[in-house]
Design a protein. Sequence first.
Lengths: 103, 135, 130
Amino acid sequence: MSTLHTVNKSPFERSSLDTCLSVVSNDSTVLLIEDGVAGALQNTTASSSITDAMGNGVKFAVLGEDLGARGLSADRVMDGISVVDYAGFVQLAADHDNVQSWL
Amino acid sequence: MSETKKFVYMNRKAPYGTVYALESLEVVLIGAAFEQEVQLVFVDDGVYQLTKNQSTDGIGMKNFSKTYSALGDYDVNQIYIDEQSLKDRGLTMDDLQELTYEDEDDDWAEKSSMKLVNREQLAELIGNADVLLNF
Amino acid sequence: MKFAIQINEGPFTHQAADTAYQFTKAALENGHEIFRVFFYHDGVNNGTMYGVPPIDDRNVSAIWSELAEKYDLDLVVCVAAAQRRGIMDEDESKRHGKGAANIAPKFRISGLGQLIEAGIEADRLLVFGD
């Protein structure tokens, strides 16, 4: 079964993204929302672990509205992370078998 | 409601600092009446929920740690502890209370409900869940 | 598809209730069904009608009530969490000898079993919290 993982915490404050990435399987997607969008930016200390997970086939997405609210433009997002809106969030939830929220 | 689903409770927060551990336990106890498959996972700071010898007299809050030992009576006996989270915190299974249940298929023998899991097994637990409850 | 939503945080301090609202609205606008929205922990505070945010801010409780009115949503506030935090309907308020009810329109108070039932009945359960 495939899982949609949502992470709403900045990787610079909490370990949610780390724990998430340690259990995520290659048929799953990690969606970064709320303060979690900070993890999607290029050249951060979180970037290499995301790149590693991508190499293992994990898909990544980030919620565009949350990026915008924080003054972070989509062109600063790492290659391979798709920017979605709330409708895209809904679609991701529908497309996976279950949803794990790393609160 | 004839369908049986697998409910996985992801416990990732320490007790007392926030209410999540207590109110998660309340859902587990109520949910037990619905005869679904139930698995409890303790990962990250969630492992602190199960420490022995909790004493809350000094903070004026209710000590709910004894409730965990009653879970077996509610047929909640699939309890998974993330090994890495213990290790990261300098803890071992000896620091946790022992949770048991009586196996009705084995002449009510008392058995441990707890299983140490690695991240690969944790990934499987998440992947096989129908409903993932997080607090 | 049938979604169930769980909200663990109150309005304003955390974004959780706002994100859940935007998700719910997008799901409904895209033809999905919301089986139930369940408010737990401080999330029950979304169910008060006494919040009066400044005029240039969103009123989180009110927008939930409006969405529920439009789509006939089932907004359920956990009774145990609500009693702890003083969210009451008429019955609860009378039973506990309090002055008045404060539950917002279209919200109702019920037990935790409603959350489990939502998990059983919905195709997906999404949790929004801190």
